[in-house]
Design a protein around this ligand. Structure first.
Ligand SMILES: [Zn+2]
Length: 249
């Protein structure tokens, strides 16, 4: 049999269509080629990132209502389980910690981080945010956002950072170490509240967003450590459109 000689251009075209490279092109990030403005084009499943009109984050100064909201949390200490996901650092939680809002009970699943904060207030972003991701038994998502400003170190963040590998990792439970989500909450539980989306692809909507008005502190070293692990990992704010955004009184 004779082998067909192929040109360099044909070879390049073949390689470009290979699965490994195609996968690479589809993975989202925060750079020029795969950043937030491109997410909707990276994958059919990410269409909402571009076409959705209830997207997150937003600038909370755009709130169009004021109200006191019933938000309560009942969080328990649990085993410290962390992973370096490349674009974020995540701590996973066993069942037993809940947030109650608007008559619904949401179970805490994981807390992950972004640098800088994704939500803004009058254009101002905090250097770090934690997203406490919850779901109801019937699968509705509820997120509680906590802003960190520079100040005293936070002990729970310290535990997460100490356990997070520098390179991407699977979730690993640290023997004998516990983490208490209550240690990453401010005393004042006043929240901004609106309906939004996941802030990363697939940008699914129907997420019950709560962002605490009062920030807590993390040390300059802790903020720098998160920045080093994750890099810039904040999606630009999206339009509020025809949404109710309730600010705390
Ligand atoms: Zn997040």
């Amino acid at each position: 049999m004779t082998l067909q000689r192929i040109s360099a251009a044909m070879l390049a075209a073949l390689l470009a269509s290979g699965p490994a490279l195609a996968e690479h092109h589809k993975s989202f990030g925060y750079g020029a080629a795969n950043g937030p403005e491109k997410w909707g084009q990276l994958n059919d499943k990410y269409a909402l990132c571009e076409k959705g009109d209830m997207q997150s984050p937003i600038d909370l100064a755009g709130a169009n209502a004021i109200g006191s909201l019933e938000l309560s949390v009942s969080y328990q200490s649990g085993p410290l389980t962390v992973s370096n996901k490349g674009l974020t650092v995540q701590a996973d939680f066993a069942p037993g910690s809940t947030m109650t809002s608007g008559g619904s009970t949401f179970n805490l699943i994981q807390i992950h981080f972004h640098t800088p904060s994704e939500h803004a207030i009058s254009g101002k972003r905090y250097p770090l945010t934690g997203h406490f991701v919850h779901a109801t038994e019937d699968g509705r998502l509820g997120v509680l956002g906590v802003m960190f400003e520079q100040g005293a170190a936070n002990a729970e963040l310290g535990k997460i950072l100490a356990a997070t590998p520098a390179a991407k990792s699977e979730a690993t439970t640290v023997p004998g170490r516990m983490i208490d989500p209550n240690g990453m909450l401010p005393a004042d539980r006043s929240v901004y509240r609106y309906m939004g989306s996941l802030t990363t692809p697939p940008c699914s909507e129907g997420v019950n967003w709560h962002v605490l008005k009062e920030p807590i502190t993390a040390s300059a070293e802790q903020i720098a450590a998160f920045e080093k692990l994750m890099g810039d990992s904040a999606r630009p704010v999206r339009a509020i459109n025809n949404r109710l955004v309730v600010a705390p009184e």
